[in-house]
Design a protein around this ligand. Structure first.
Ligand SMILES: [Zn+2]
Length: 197
């Protein structure tokens, strides 16, 4: 029997699965293309690539660069999260907060293990969601490109994508901030997403 990969994403805990298991569940390769969930084209890039884009964008628009990248990434995450939520509700009914949170962890586990985004650990507290990232590829890319430390946290894409993904799945607005960053000299990156006003 062929199982729809969406079922794996929303019914299992994928955080302990190996890269091989996840790739066989979620990725299809054909003619050099990689499709996620059977239909979404994905690709890997040099870790330094985003840092290079941010540097050029910052030259042109200054500090607005962060807002632009963050908004685009948050929108991308939101589209993914809300699409999963709607599909889940259509098929299984009510999506609880715990289940939505598990699905977000599952999604990020695939990006982590199959595409090297970094090692993510999630903690759901009463008033916030805390996400610890070890070896963020954005921070590693920055450090490689700049050969030095940043004054401020720079994982704009990861912060934004996880932010939007959580908002789309939980169907609520969150306040996100990167509190620690490997590129700034911290031991790891730390994202906090406040729940409520
Ligand atoms: Zn960072």
């Amino acid at each position: 029997m062929i199982v729809d990969p969406f079922e794996f994403l929303v019914t299992e805990d994928l955080t302990k699965k190996s890269r091989e298991e996840l790739e066989s569940m979620f990725l299809e390769r054909e003619d050099g293309r990689i499709l996620f969930l059977g239909r979404i084209p994905v690709a890997s890039l040099y870790a330094t690539f985003l840092a290079g884009i941010y540097a050029e964008l910052t030259k042109i628009v200054g500090k607005a660069a962060k807002g632009l990248i963050l908004t685009a990434s948050r929108n991308g995450g939101y589209r993914a999260g809300s699409a999963i939520r709607r599909r889940y509700q259509k098929k299984f009914g009510d999506l609880t907060r715990d289940k939505a949170f598990q699905i977000a962890k599952n999604m990020i586990t695939v990006w982590d293990k199959c595409f090297g985004w970094g090692k993510f650990e999630f903690e759901l507290c009463s008033d916030k969601i805390v996400v610890k990232v070890t070896g963020s590829f954005e921070a590693v890319g920055y450090t490689k490109l700049k050969k030095g430390k940043s004054d401020t946290p720079i994982c704009w894409m990861l912060l934004g994508y996880v932010w939007g993904l959580l908002e789309g799945l939980l169907d609520c607005r969150l306040n996100g901030e990167e509190k620690k960053c490997l590129a700034r000299g911290d031991e790891f990156c730390l994202f906090e997403y406040g729940i409520g006003d």
